[in-house]
Design a protein around this ligand. Structure first.
Ligand code: FES
Length: 116
């Protein structure tokens, strides 16, 4: 069985994904500097991502994620069907994501943008 790949838009980073570890935790385990305050409990919204391709390979949104995403959208943060919380996403196919909030600067990554 093919291992799903998580590509980070604007960077050369590609990580192996799976259905038991959230995108947030996969990125953190690979030292990719995605922001989080709540540690993956769908509370802080710092781990906002845009799914640029492969949206059908992500786990479905649940009520908790929808609530946080609506709160963020109401405050002017990115919104839409392709915007997710990395901590609530599990992959079963290849995806490309854009990470909005980086925890510090990277030489090879996109510039950090103001986040929630
Ligand atoms: S890590 Fe805080 S909402 Fe996902």
């Amino acid at each position: 069985m093919k291992i799903p790949k998580i590509s980070i838009y604007g960077t050369p980073h590609v990580f192996d994904g799976n259905l038991t570890t959230s995108i947030l935790n996969i990125l953190l385990r690979n030292d990719f500097p995605i922001q989080t305050i709540c540690g993956g409990r769908a509370e802080c919204g710092k781990d906002l991502i845009r799914v640029r391709s492969g949206q059908r390979f992500l786990s479905a949104r649940k009520d908790r994620e929808n609530r946080i995403l609506k709160e963020l959208a109401d405050r002017g943060h990115p919104s839409g069907p392709d915007v997710r919380l990395a901590c609530q996403c599990y992959v079963h196919g290849d995806v490309e994501i854009e990470v909005f909030n980086l925890a510090g600067k990277r030489k090879d990554g996109p510039a950090a943008t103001p986040g929630p």
